[in-house]
Design a protein around this ligand. Structure first.
Ligand code: WTA
Length: 647
């Protein structure tokens, strides 16, 4: 039996939502979504309040997803301007630099307003108009938030590309959405090491398909010398200087796009997940408030990078729409040492802390002493996101980091969902270590078997969501059909998450991980197909197959099987060269942890690679290979097992 941790009475008494509220509101939200989400929409400021609330059909013959379709609002106004009257001097962003000896910054809502308006004016002067795409390739600096909000303010669609991606990956994302402008920095700084962001953009813009880019704005972060190609490249500080600190925001329809964010799927190129303005912002702000039990004096810290969806919904849009104080951390958990997280918590008196299981597991390995050096007395709620959290890491987070005092909210969601779908509410939900617990308001999860048959009661199957919620993605940018094919064809009439899941006898959900060809490495999604196509692009590689395997810290690691062209010699130098090649093609997060030479790959007679077998070999479970008799050449399996032993 797993243990159950009920909310402390003292916490529950002061919480925004308690157990009986949850039951009542959940019922209303699913029975009368129009009434429920109509009311919740009132938390935002609308230029024109929506009268149409939910307008959705998952029926393939009449497929559409619209929320608040006649409403008008501006996301930046909601995140900034509307707080000025009551919270102008409240700190909106705390910026903690990579180097703790450098000065942290505290940016008030009034200052944020001026920064966003100046940049919005500058972008308009550079010819950026409503509907244009703008690519952001930035480190974790306040300008990243200014840039997102300035785009939202003028109605431009931002596409943030994580600063760890390679020039090729940047180029692909620019080409896919046809960006007009790129905002980057001279360099990023992480763990004391510079990252050549501007240089990567320069290389990306030499690649085909990127000629849509007219202007590159460069933020000075480290002051490094970079190549400025006039008139294309402009210094950020020079273009915003002298711009008015006020700006008339563009009114947007609720269904106008807010941003594109590329994410990996099981096939092909990364998909441009498109989120729109009204539903996304309602959902991000409401979940942020409810899941973290947000109060006006909280100091909230989400450690995710702005390059991922968590950085969009729960570092920038959700917290700022709620008028909260949001901490942005430029650095890494182990620099200058492994106490950094806990020291930052004390330094800024953080009350709500949101991080990833991979960070928790890495820090757990360092023992309790680095945690105990800091008081952490300010903490109230701890959050987890990005991958399943194993019960052992959950307990350590709860017992050691939170001193057994702070509820842990294990939040399950996806880039596609815009916000959290399955999660405890800290004053309402009994916790079970390792379970994301229960659905958020309005969310109707179900488990289905391979035939799409819905499973009742305690069961394990594929996780689908039966009806829409306001934060749901609307399409794959430029490819509506791919959106429908990817998410609504497998189990018609339902949104397919790509995750496997178990439901226990109490109705609690336990996410078991991806059931498609996506690997979750340290909470980052990597498509096996992307790594494979990077490998086969190398002149010496004939074929490659990539699978995930369990990894103590990262959750999953990347295991690559490579067949070389005839005449090529497999050796350690080539192994290193191929790993470096993948880093260069995609980025460091996609580096294979293991690369095994494969004289042949296990294929069916029709030529399909049997990944199930490759997974078992990678997991070192040769006794669980199952039936190999359908293989075109069963002897390749033994050859792979022998090669694995040699390594
Ligand atoms: C996984 C990140 C278990 C899951 C917000 C999902 C989780 C993928 C959890 C989405 C969790 C995220 N427990 N698994 N609490 N949160 N995942 O798009 O496999 O980067 O499908 O969004 O991460 O990753 P994405």
């Amino acid at each position: 039996m797993s243990d159950v941790i009920a909310p402390r009475e003292e916490f529950a008494a002061a919480a925004l939502t308690r157990a009986d509220d949850y039951a009542r509101l959940y019922q209303e939200s699913t029975q009368d979504p129009d009434a429920f989400w109509g009311r919740v929409a009132g938390r935002l400021d609308w230029n024109r309040a929506p009268t149409r609330i939910k307008d959705v059909s998952y029926d393939l013959a009449d497929f559409h997803i619209r929320w608040y379709a006649d409403g008008e609002l501006n996301a930046a106004v909601n995140c900034v301007d509307r707080h000025l009257a009551t919270r102008g001097d409240k700190v909106a962003l705390i910026w903690e630099p990579d180097d703790p000896k450098q000065q942290a910054r505290r940016i008030t809502y009034r200052e944020l307003h001026a920064e966003v308006c100046r940049l919005a004016n500058a972008l308009e002067n550079l010819g950026v108009v409503k509907g244009d795409r703008v690519t952001l390739y930035l480190p974790m600096i306040p300008e990243a938030a200014y840039a997102m909000l300035a785009c939202a303010r003028i109605g431009a669609i931002h596409s943030v590309v994580f600063g760890g991606f390679s020039p090729d990956s940047i180029a692909g994302r620019i080409a896919d959405c046809g960006s007009k402008l790129v905002i980057t920095a001279d360099e990023g700084l992480r763990g004391g090491k510079p990252i050549a962001l501007k240089k990567n953009v320069d290389e990306a813009l030499k690649k085909p398909g990127t000629q849509s880019v007219e202007t590159v704005l460069v933020v000075r972060r480290t002051g490094a010398t970079v190549d400025m190609q006039m008139p294309r490249d402009r210094w950020y500080d020079a273009v915003v200087e002298g711009q008015p600190a006020t700006h008339q925001a563009q009114p947007m329809n609720a269904e106008d796009p807010l941003f594109i964010l590329y994410t990996s799927g099981s096939t092909g190129k990364p998909k441009g997940v498109l989120h729109t303005t009204g539903g996304y912002l309602v959902y991000a702000s409401y979940t942020h408030e409810q899941v973290f039990d947000l109060k006006d004096d909280d100091v909230y810290w989400c450690t995710a990078d702005v390059g991922w969806v968590t950085g969009h919904s729960y570092l920038v849009y959700g917290p700022l729409a709620n008028g909260a104080t949001s901490l942005m951390f430029e650095g890494v958990p182990n620099y200058p040492d492994v106490s950094r997280f806990w020291e930052v918590i004390d330094k800024h008196q953080v009350t709500l802390f949101y991080t990833a299981p991979t960070a928790i597991r890495a820090l757990m390995r360092e023992g309790e002493a680095p945690v105990k050096k800091a008081s952490r007395a300010s903490l109230r709620v701890l959050g987890s996101v990005g991958e399943p959290i194993n019960p052992e890491a959950w307990r350590w987070y709860y017992d050691v980091v939170g001193d057994g005092r702070c509820p842990v909210v294990d939040t399950w969601w996806q880039t596609e969902t815009g916000g959290i779908l399955i999660t405890p509410l800290p004053g309402a939900t009994d916790l079970k270590p390792g379970s994301a617990t229960l659905p958020f308001f309005g969310i109707q999860p179900a488990l289905v078997d391979a035939n799409g048959q819905e499973l009742e009661g305690a069961a394990e199957g594929n996780l689908v969501i039966k009806d829409s919620w306001p934060g749901q993605m609307r399409t794959v940018y430029g490819d509506d059909q791919r959106f429908i094919d990817t998410y609504f064809k497998t189990y018609p009439g339902r949104y397919f998450t790509g995750d496997g899941c178990r439901r226990d006898a109490d109705g609690y959900y336990w996410i078991t991980g991806r059931v498609d060809d996506v690997i979750n490495v340290s909470g980052h999604r990597i498509g096996t197909a992307e790594v494979e196509s990077a490998l086969v692009a190398h002149p010496k590689v004939a074929e490659a197959a990539v699978v995930g395997f369990p990894h103590d810290i990262k959750g999953q690691g990347i295991y690559a099987y490579v067949t070389l062209n005839a005449g090529e010699q497999p050796d350690d130098d080539l192994r290193k060269e191929l790993v470096a090649w993948v880093r260069k093609e995609i980025g460091p997060i996609a580096s294979p942890d293991h690369l095994q030479w494969a004289p042949g790959l296990p294929k069916t007679r029709s030529g399909k690679i049997m990944r199930r077998i490759l997974r078992k070999i990678a997991e070192n479970q040769p006794d669980q290979l199952g039936d190999t008799s359908t293989l075109a050449d069963p002897s390749v399996v033994q050859a792979l097992l022998d090669e694995r032993k040699v390594k």
